[in-house]
Design a binder for this molecule. Sequence first.
Ligand code: HEC
Length: 163
Amino acid sequence: MKKYITLILLLLIVTSCNHQQDKTKILQTQIDSLEIKLSKTYKPGFGEFMGNIQIHHAKLWFAGENQNWKLADFEMNEIKENLEGIQKYCSDRTETKSIGMINLSMDSLSNSILKKNKQMFERNYTNLTNSCNSCHQATNHEYNVIVVPKNPPFSNQDFQIKK
Ligand code: HEC
């Protein structure tokens, strides 16, 4: 009798182990297929973020020149969001490590917008533009040269404050 009980117990353990192994296999297959799906989902590239930053960098100048400080502040936030996007979505690019070199000039420019000081804005805008180029040089993209814009990037946006 004792023998039988031990045998039954052993059988139970073995079948439950097998069952567990099957479950693990199914879970692994699900993880694998999710990983494949995840790797195929769209994520914006470094260049796309930069293209957006370029637009907001240009608009920012005309906002500041028109002393439209609310718009200037808005454009600064758009640049910040894109910089954060690079850190979030392009962490696999070595260039992302250099992104911090723009922080100081971003802070100074924010400060001049907060103070509504046009002269300070112009000086700090030039500094920001220089740090864009410093990073391009540091990341072997020295051929991407950023300058202070001469004309507004779009004709369908008014940069003046509505009176
Ligand atoms: C990490 C350092 C870094 C900083 C800071 C940086 N860039 Fe870039 N930028 C890059 C890299 C790297 C590329 C190339 C991206 C690619 O691989 O497509 C690039 C590309 C560009 C391009 C070319 C995109 C195109 O579509 O032609 C523009 C324009 C640009 N950056 C504007 C700016 C502006 C404006 C700033 C400052 C407000 C700035 N960048 C700050 C690294 C930087």
